[in-house]
Design a protein around this ligand. Structure first.
Ligand SMILES: *Cc1c(COP(=O)(O)O)cnc(C)c1O
Length: 304
């Protein structure tokens, strides 16, 4: 298959995000939005309380629901840093759709075990997220599976964008939204829906400084391949695909900034989550705390 030959996807509209929310109702919670020890203007959006432990269940459930019946019967495949695979396995089981996931060795064992427990076929391969995607692409050709990638797909972006609707419903005064950034499905989807409702909202992506594929690509003006290295924020690892079809453009056009945090700052963020907020979350969820505590983001006005 030729790289860079895939046509760009059209970005979902606000109406499509609303349709996604109607589709996934019942499979997701409206996340609690709670006060933060970071200050009176900051609130935490606890989407980590979703089934399977991350927002990924939004996009995975929406993407499976939008497949034609024949594709559902053949099954779906993805590569993932862990949380998307888990969400897809969960959504696939609920919908009776067979799920195959391709995982790189950087995916933590506890996530692999949880995915296997949900009945998905797990294939562990290669060095990187990009290698895992290559195997997923081969299975599409060999077995006729539908590829539902972790971020670069309109139904995934629309699903993740439902978090923006939930946020704007619950806290219409919000002015700044800080979002952990990897492939940009969440940041792109939330920026799309939140800004459609309130154009003045600022959306800032935050990544670890080790292998921040989207941030480096945005700085370069085109999708780049970056070396993947272990990080406390394992769910933020992986490339964005040199043939990125949607999320690079979305992030380029809609993000107000992309900020990088170090491993030490993420550690401090996790520590603050645990001791100040009394929340036990994964490293990827701590980058907002990391950036604020490091002084890389100055809180000004209502901030999620
Ligand atoms: C997937 C994931 C992210 C990053 O989402 P993208 O859509 O890839 O940018 C952030 N945090 C957690 C916990 C995740 O699972």
């Amino acid at each position: 298959m030729l790289k860079n030959s895939a046509a760009a996807y059209e970005a979902p509209s606000l109406e499509e995000v609303r349709a996604a929310r109607a589709r996934i109702r019942g499979a997701v919670i409206r996340p609690p939005i709670v006060a933060s020890a970071l200050g009176p203007d900051v609130r935490l959006v606890l989407d980590c309380l979703q089934p399977t432990g991350a927002f990924k269940v939004r996009g995975a459930t929406n993407a499976i629901a939008t497949l034609p019946a024949a594709a559902k019967a053949r099954g779906v495949v993805c590569c993932s840093t862990g949380n998307h695979a888990r969400a897809l396995a969960h959504a696939g089981r609920a919908a009776g759709v067979p799920v195959t996931v391709c995982l790189s060795p950087l995916v933590p064992d506890n996530k692999v075990a949880a995915i296997e427990e949900l009945g998905a076929e797990v294939i562990r391969i290669g060095q990187s997220q990009d290698d895992a995607q290559e195997v997923a692409t081969r299975l599409v050709a060999e077995r006729g599976l539908a590829d539902l990638p972790p971020f670069d797909h309109p139904a995934i972006v629309a699903g993740q964008g439902t978090l923006g609707l939930d946020l704007m419903d619950a806290w219409p005064e919000v002015e700044t939204v800080l979002i952990p950034l990897s492939g940009g499905g969440l940041a792109g989807g939330v920026a799309l829906s939140a800004k459609a409702i309130k154009p003045s909202v600022r959306v800032i992506g935050i990544s670890m400084d080790r292998g921040a594929a989207m941030a480096e690509s945005l700085a370069a003006g085109r999708p780049l391949r970056v070396e993947e290295v272990p990080s406390l924020a394992d769910s933020l690892g992986g490339g964005i695909g040199l043939d990125n079809r949607l999320t690079f453009r979305l992030c380029r056009d809609l993000l107000d900034d992309a900020i990088l945090v170090t491993e030490a700052e993420i550690y401090r963020g996790l520590h603050a989550l645990l001791t100040e907020e009394r929340l036990f979350a994964e490293g990827g969820a701590a980058v907002g705390h990391a950036a604020i505590l490091a002084g890389k983001i100055r809180v000004k006005g209502p901030t999620a």
